[in-house]
Ligand binder design. Structure first.
Ligand SMILES: C[S@@+](CC[C@H](N)C(=O)[O-])C[C@H]1O[C@@H](n2cnc3c(N)ncnc32)[C@H](O)[C@@H]1O
Length: 271
């Protein structure tokens, strides 16, 4: 698996290295047609998460941002050609030992080390559902994940080529500086209309601020979200063209198997 970029054909996509909630690998086929004629531009992802879209499109230039510092630290080490020396075992005891060590590094302010990046990869793969969750005192607290079988990658040097001209950033989206000609793919946390809590600390006010910010961008924008009534209303009001898509089926904790409907809100791109 090698990231090949030539001018004549679409590059071979690269597999995202982490499991990430809300991963959009399935959307790449819907975005590709918009992106390809614009691929001379810089791709900006303000909510980059598991990087499924950037690794699917493989732009030459990109600005990839996420508010999660551990995720961005892992990517910074991928860019340097991460090779994990430690041999990881797939069992509960080894998992809790690794989790303890990771939290020790956070307490010692060594969260930006290669060791922290390697442990983050192991915890993401081995923990429950690839979750990334912290307790009030900042400790990673995801339990062991009971997967039947797991293998671990040690040599991530294949990612260094893709990441070579990609800028990584770890700020709140509102601090991100866009160039007028950037192509923005934005995938904020889902709007959850019928619950009072804001998912991942991302409130309705944040949803509105993100949508308004992007509606003012002069270059192409694709904004993805759950197609709730208020999201559709707001994106339409801001002048986006809307395209709804059936997301792949996932069994939710309530046993509901109906596919979620998602929306791509599109601006400054041919329909
Ligand atoms: C739905 S996920 C993105 C998934 C990504 N498109 C993928 O394919 O894996 C949303 C991401 O937004 C990040 N996020 C949440 N609040 C943010 C904020 N205020 N600024 C920047 N990123 C934020 C989360 O850490 C999460 O990784």
């Amino acid at each position: 698996m090698k990231a090949v970029r030539d001018e004549t054909s679409a590059p071979e996509p690269v597999r995202p290295p982490l499991k990430w909630a809300g991963g959009k690998r399935w959307q790449v086929q819907h975005i590709e047609g918009f992106w390809r004629p614009e691929s001379h531009r810089r791709l900006v992802e303000p909510f980059a998460g598991g990087l499924a879209v950037a690794l699917g499109l493989l732009p030459k230039k990109a600005l990839l941002n996420d508010i999660n510092p551990h995720l961005v630290n892992f990517y910074r080490w991928l860019k340097k050609g991460l090779v994990i020396e430690e041999k990881f075992d797939h069992n509960e005891k080894a998992y809790y030992r690794a989790r303890k060590r990771f939290n020790e590094l956070l307490r010692q302010e060594k969260h930006d080390t290669a060791e922290a990046a390697g442990l983050f990869y192991y915890l993401n793969r081995t923990g429950y559902n690839g979750l990334c969750r912290f307790n009030r005192s900042g400790g990673f607290n995801v339990p062991f994940g009971r997967h039947p079988q797991l293998t671990y990658k040690a040599d991530f040097s294949e990612y260094a080529e893709a990441f070579k001209d990609w800028e990584l950033s770890n700020v709140h989206f509102s601090e991100l500086k866009l160039n007028d000609d950037d192509f923005v793919y934005a995938d904020p946390p889902y709007d959850v209309e019928f619950t009072k809590y804001s998912k991942d600390g991302f409130s309705w006010t944040d949803q509105l601020a993100a949508a308004e910010w992007l509606s003012r961008h002069k270059g192409p924008v694709i904004l993805s979200n759950q197609a709730t009534d208020r999201i559709l209303e707001e994106y339409k009001r801001l002048g986006f063209q809307l395209r709804t898509l059936d997301a792949p089926r996932k069994i939710s904790c309530t046993g509901d198997r109906s596919p979620a409907v998602e929306v791509l809100a599109i601006l400054n791109l041919p329909a």
